[in-house]
Design a protein around this ligand. Structure first.
Ligand code: ADP
Length: 539
């Protein structure tokens, strides 16, 4: 069944709205940019980037419903990953601005209308926000592509619609959050109240700026908390634009505050603030450890973490190799390889290994790299020079440690941060490219002989975010789904990110779950209320 579903996904018969991952797959397969030759754009075509058709209206901090300069008056540049040129100068928030934002959020929580209004009214504001975002879908997508470098087609047809969908999902929850009555051993009436935690500090990364924003603000607002959001310094623009729309939709001042700025200054101030009641973070495991320490050393605030990954993608011996290659390619290369759950250890059974490697190489060579505003482009630039250099270093390390470079390995063009889709075969477990998070378009293919062995090797990683399993055999799928110590197992699919599907990690990939019903737990307190029942005859 699952296998048949995948077949139809791969043939592109699912629409974008019914399954976004399927749409991405169909972008890769059905557009007419195949043909077997290398599809890297020429340096010349990258020298003249397409001008985005969107205006940048908001570059200041958003505090208490107003766009304001930072207290220091400082700004920082946000760069176009296609060229490294400055797109805009953005107000640079630091501890002083976080203090202002937290004070506004505190006031809005303690005395403002937001937690006091009816759940239905809150729900309607979130629904209206989603409607406005939908209306501005294409401008928001253009802003996201400009600041982040991801293909515009994906931003406009998948990510911004998913942002809208996520907000509607959480709007639907807002008036369905309530406690329970609990039977007790005695003459008591016992009930639970599900109450908001208070001021939520949220720190997000640059790889999916808007989705991370929605995963965080959605449940926080549905549960009537107030928020101080610290966006990533690489991608501050889209959250400011969208947060303005939320205010247009009726969000009261102080409920959602957005502070742009750097991690060790603004981010650390959010994590360590005594008046922030919880912190949610998505980013690297190293930064997660810092935030955990700041949170516990201040007021022991609870934390939700979605951290790094080194996800196995396991191709079993019964696999249809062509389909497995396509899905493994998507699992790794999607979003320029900048996914915490990327299938970055491609384990392939020895029976199909050689054929798989040949075809994975051919598929990577056909991948269309170019200006992300151009139609048909599958891969834009990496986010910035730091990531770009880091990825090229990993590629050098792969070569030096003896893995076979099948294709790629170089930059594309002379400007910006484009990297060739790169495939390594003969990768061994101990190599850095097989253990560390590369966060780039580098596929590492490893060989395995049997299921017990691959389970052990897949679970050796300190990470446990996700895994992909590709098989026609239900027994194999059942066995693997239980044995893998990860937060998500995708069987014959990958990166399916429905609003209702919980996402999060085992081990050093984090704790807590985002999206779906479980995400509400991160933003609620449970209060037990107990009162005696006088007339015991009723018991
Ligand atoms: P990456 O290495 O991929 O940029 P990070 O985990 O460093 O990932 O960054 C993710 C988010 O965490 C960003 O918003 C960043 O500014 C923030 N951040 C980085 N360092 C710190 C820190 N010391 N304290 C709080 N937030 C931080």
């Amino acid at each position: 069944m699952a296998y048949r579903r995948l077949s139809s996904l791969l043939s592109g018969s699912f629409s974008a709205s019914s399954n976004s991952a399927a749409y991405l797959l169909s972008l890769g397969r059905n557009s007419n940019f195949g043909g077997g030759i290398s599809r890297f754009s020429t340096a010349a075509s990258l020298e003249a980037p397409i001008t985005p058709s969107v205006q940048i209206n908001h570059t200041q901090l958003l505090i208490n419903g107003q766009f304001v300069d930072s207290a220091s008056g400082k700004t920082f540049p946000t760069l176009d990953p296609r060229t490294g040129d400055v797109i805009a100068h953005v107000s640079e928030g630091d501890a002083e601005d976080v203090n202002r934002a937290v004070a506004a959020a505190r006031k809005a929580f303690d005395g403002g209308p937001w937690p006091k209004m009816t759940a239905y009214e809150r729900s309607r504001i979130i629904y209206r926000s989603a409607d406005l975002i939908e209306k501005h879908n294409d401008e928001i997508a253009a802003l996201e592509t400009w600041d982040n470098g991801k293909p515009y087609e994906q931003a406009a047809k998948i990510e911004v619609p998913m942002l809208t969908r996520l907000l509607r999902y959480y709007a639907g929850w807002a008036d369905k959050i309530h406690g329970l009555t609990v039977p007790a051993d005695g003459p008591y009436h016992v009930q639970t109240l599900h109450e908001p935690i208070g001021v939520a500090g949220q720190i997000i990364p640059w790889n999916f700026p808007l989705l991370m924003y929605a995963w965080k603000i959605g449940p926080a607002l549905a549960c009537s908390n107030t928020v101080v959001m610290k966006t990533a310094e690489q991608t501050p623009l889209s959250a400011l634009y969208v947060s303005n729309l939320l205010h247009e939709a009726g969000l009261p001042p102080g409920v959602l505050n957005v502070v742009s700025g750097y991690g060790p200054t603004a981010g650390a101030a959010v994590a360590s603030h005594m008046d922030v009641d919880k912190v949610a973070f998505t980013g690297s495991t190293a930064t997660g450890k810092i935030i955990s320490e700041l949170a516990s050393k201040s007021n022991l605030k609870p934390v939700t973490f979605e951290l790094g990954g080194k996800s196995p993608f396991i191709v079993c011996e019964d696999a249809d190799v062509d389909q497995a290659v396509e899905l493994a390619h998507f699992a790794l290369f999607f979003n320029q390889g900048q996914c915490c759950c990327a299938g970055s250890r491609t384990f392939v059974h020895e029976r199909v290994y050689d054929e798989f490697v040949e075809k994975a190489k051919a598929r990577a060579m056909k991948r269309v790299v170019g200006d992300p505003f151009k139609t048909g482009v599958e891969q834009g630039p990496q986010i910035d020079s730091t990531q770009f250099e880091k990825i090229l270093n990993y590629i050098r390390s792969g070569i030096e440690s003896g893995a076979t470079l099948e294709t790629g390995g170089e930059r594309v063009g002379t400007k910006g941060f484009y990297i060739q889709p790169t495939v390594f075969s003969n990768v061994q477990d101990g190599m850095k490219i097989a253990t560390e998070e590369i966060f780039g378009p580098v596929q590492s293919i490893l060989k395995f002989k049997n299921l017990d062995e691959v389970i052990k090797r897949a679970n050796t990683s300190p990470y446990g975010l996700a895994a992909g399993v590709f098989t026609k055999d239900i027994g194999t799928a059942n066995n693997l789904m239980r044995a893998l110590r990860v937060g998500t197992v995708w069987i014959n699919c990958f990166d399916t990110f429905d609003a209702a599907i919980p996402f999060g990690g085992y081990k050093m990939s984090g704790h807590g779950r985002e999206k779906g019903i479980y995400s509400l737990n991160n933003y609620l307190q449970v209060k037990a209320v107990v009162s005696p029942v006088d007339n015991a005859a009723w018991l």
